[in-house]
Design a protein around this ligand. Sequence first.
Ligand SMILES: *[C@@H]1O[C@H](CO)[C@@H](O)[C@H](O)[C@H]1NC(C)=O
Ligand SMILES: *[C@@H]1O[C@H](CO)[C@@H](O)[C@H](O)[C@H]1NC(C)=O
Length: 463
Amino acid sequence: MMFGRPKAGPSSHLKNVVILVVFSLHFVDILTDKSLSALTVVDNPESTVEDEEVHLDGEGDTEDLEVVQPTLLWQTLKPGQAVPIGSHVRLNLQTGQREVRLGEEQLKYLGDKHREVEDNGKAPLFSTQELKNALKKLKEGVEPETTEQEETAKESVRSQFRPIEELKKDMAQLDILVETDSQIMARLVAQFNGSSASLEERLKVLLDLEYLVHQVDNAQNLASMGGLKLVIESLNSTDHRMQENAAFVLGSALSSNPVVQVEAVDSGALQKLLTMLATPHPMAVKKKVLFALAALLRHFPFAQNHFLKLGGLHVLGELFRGTGGEVLRVRVVTMVYDMIMEKELNSQTGLDIIPDTAHQERLHQYSQISLLPLLAEQGWCGLVPELLESPEHDWREKALRALLAMLRPCRGHFQHDRGLTDVLGALRGQYQELVVMETSLGEEGGYFGEILDLLNTLVLRLK
Ligand SMILES: *[C@@H]1O[C@H](CO)[C@@H](O)[C@H](O)[C@H]1NC(C)=O
Ligand SMILES: *[C@@H]1O[C@H](CO)[C@@H](O)[C@H](O)[C@H]1NC(C)=O
């Protein structure tokens, strides 16, 4: 009955972005003289895909390790394979596979350096497992362990290695390796707030944020870094797509997130959303604004009270009466129904085994909400039955549930509504037939049976 959380929607592309960490191994720096440029986060998976076909034999020449000969193209490392000094190795975080190609210095001085390495014959070689361990340790902040045998080898090249602490510092400076969600959000917020971003870029930033704020922590972070205010301000934009995307982010951030709900109300979001619903805007914008409003009000009696005081019910009524089409109507009715049921459920005593003060406070707040009398006052007893004329079973079902929920203040109205009586009679006949069909197909207690039950209950209660 609740508005569902939106599916990932247009922002799901983010999911598909492969984050590739180009991991410049520390021994690369022996050759490149502390070059930091090799450390980058790549979000373009294209090269890996096409290069995966390239396989080299990796004819090894050192002891039991199979050594890969890197080329200009990335190739996937197989378990147990080692790479020569100066190679570029990256970890594809999605596939978990390591890929190798010639390092930048090797590319620059192809020939010279390569020969040098081979002439040397004592180039340190690392198996993929070792590389994996090193990366893992690095992320955990632990210095790689070495076995006793390795220790000797390590000593001989220690002078050539850069200390791990130094490496970590470099990485921190570059703010890379793997961006955390809050780093990504900080970057997105800065980009959004910056003067240089184009409209298209800012629209895309909002969609990226929308994807991230489905996580409760992320949404709260967005609020604490000031991003939520920016999003709410963007509702003021003159560009409809900007308004739509901003409302979308807001709604997703608000969903099941009390901290963000409070923050949004503090930032004036409630008034803003209502104003948008009450003034002309494209349907796409209104849908997202309604989504955000529903998320703002859900399980938040304080906001619901304000909503009613600000004339929210009247705004929703106008939306229902408007030319918005049935989708908007059913959403409005669902929202009203959700609010009625929420209050009912929260006002039932004896649900909490130990009634605590929070429960008392909740009871008190819900008791302040006089939703049902207002609904009757503002003509909703006559509005909701209109939804029964919809051809959609689902919408009729929602209308029936809403009618039952509104029975207390609307009973008299319903009883005298000839149109309603007729519609209920006609629907009963229709669903009785559908139930017979449903049953003959072996489905007891199916969906049509459910709707018929609602119809029967309503008719009975109106007697
Ligand atoms: C956005 O930019 C303004 C002006 O540059 C700055 O004052 C404000 O703190 C920024 N907001 C955020 C959330 O970064
Ligand atoms: C948005 O516009 C309203 C009036 O249309 C104004 O009162 C409000 O201050 C504006 N908000 C922002 C953040 O610009």
